[in-house]
Design a protein around this ligand. Structure first.
Ligand code: NAP
Length: 247
C-alpha cells in the first residue's frame, strides 16, 4: 500500500500492535507520529525501526486521556509534517477483575484511556481532516467489545463504546472524504496478553478456528488496508482480525 506524502498519528506506537502499525505504514512511505504513555525507550526503538525503512518518524509523550496533551500531539504532528491524513487510535490498557471486585478506579482508568482517549484524538483531527476533505481514522476495538468477557466489564464497555463512536463519527464525516472504521482483534501476542496464565492462553487458543494466536503484524496489515486510499467507499465498519474467533 502506498502512503507516500501521507502523515499518520499512531497512538500507543511504542509497543505491540501500535509498533507493528507504525512499521506497516512506514513500509508504504508514511511519515509516522507515534505517541507513548511512559515507555520512551520503546518509543525511540520504534522511531529507529521506522527510519530504517526509509520513512520519517517522531515520538511524542502523550497521555491520550488528557485533552491538553492530545492537542500537543496533533500540534507536534502538524508542526513537523504540515498535515494529518491518518489517525490510528491504538493506545489501550486493561485492568481486569470480576465486577464484584472491580474498583471504581479500575473502571475509570480503562474508560479514560481506551474510550475517552479515542474521542479526544478524533476530535483533535476532525476539523483538519474536514478542511482537507480527506482522512482515514482507524480505531482499535476488540472481540471483547463484540462478545463480552468475564473479568473485563470495564474493557468490554470501552471497546463496545469505540464501535459506537466509530459508526457515529463515520456518519458525521462521510460526505467529506473522511472514513472511520474499526478493527476488532482477537487474541494477539503482545505485552497485554503476556500476563495471562498458560491455562488461559490454552483456553483462548482452543476457541480460535485457525488454531493459533495472532501476531501484531496480522492486525497491522488490516489497519493499513483501512488507512489506505483503497478503502474510499468503506466507512463505519468493524473488521475482525481474530482467526475466526468471533464468527
Ligand atoms: P500493549 O502491548 O500493552 O501496548 C499498549 C500501548 O498503548 C503502549 O504503546 C502504551 O504506551 C500505550 N498506552 C497505554 N495507555 C496509554 C495512554 N493513556 N496514552 C497513550 N498511550 C498509552 O497493547 P497491545 O496488545 O499492542 O494493544 C494495542 C491495542 O489493541 C489496544 O487498544 C488493545 O486494547 C487492542 N487489542 C489488543 C488485543 C491483544 O490481544 N493484544 C486484542 C484486542 C484488542 P507505553 O509503551 O508508553 O506504555
Amino acid at each position: 500500500m502506498d502512503f507516500t506524502g501521507k502523515t499518520a498519528i499512531v497512538t500507543g506506537g511504542s509497543r505491540g500492535i501500535g509498533r507493528a502499525v507504525c512499521l506497516e505504514l512506514a513500509k508504504g512511505g508514511a511519515n509516522v507520529v507515534l505517541c507513548y504513555a511512559g515507555n520512551e525507550a520503546a518509543a525511540q526503538e520504534t522511531v529507529r525501526a521506522v527510519e530504517a525503512l526509509g520513512a520519517k518518524a517522531l515520538a511524542v509523550h502523550c497521555d491520550v486521556s488528557d485533552s491538553a496533551q492530545v492537542n500537543g500531539l496533533t500540534g507536534a504532528a502538524t508542526a513537523a509534517f504540515g498535515q494529518i491524513d491518518i489517525l490510528v487510535n491504538n493506545a489501550g490498557i486493561t485492568r481486569d477483575n470480576l465486577l464484584m471486585r472491580m474498583s471504581e478506579a479500575e473502571f475509570d482508568a480503562v474508560i479514560a484511556a481506551n474510550l475517552k482517549g479515542a474521542f479526544l484524538c478524533m476530535k483533535a483531527v476532525s476539523r483538519l481532516m474536514l478542511k482537507q476533505r480527506y482522512g482515514r481514522i482507524v480505531n482499535l476495538s476488540s472481540v471483547v467489545g463484540l462478545r463480552g468477557n468475564a473479568g473485563q466489564v470495564n474493557y468490554a464497555a470501552s471497546k463496545a463504546g469505540v464501535i459506537g463512536m466509530t459508526k457515529s463519527l463515520a456518519k458525521e464525516l462521510a460526505a467529506r472524504g473522511v472514513t472511520v472504521n474499526a478493527v476488532a482483534p482477537g487474541f494477539i501476542e503482545t505485552d497485554m496478553t503476556a500476563v495471562l496464565s498458560d491455562a488461559a492462553r490454552a483456553a483462548a487458543q482452543g476457541g480460535i478456528p485457525m488454531g493459533r494466536l495472532g501476531a501484531p503484524e496480522d492486525v497491522a496489515k488490516a489497519v493499513a488496508f483501512l488507512a489506505s486510499d483503497e478503502t474510499a467507499y468503506i466507512t463505519g465498519q468493524v473488521l475482525a482480525v481474530d482467526g475466526g474467533m468471533a464468527m
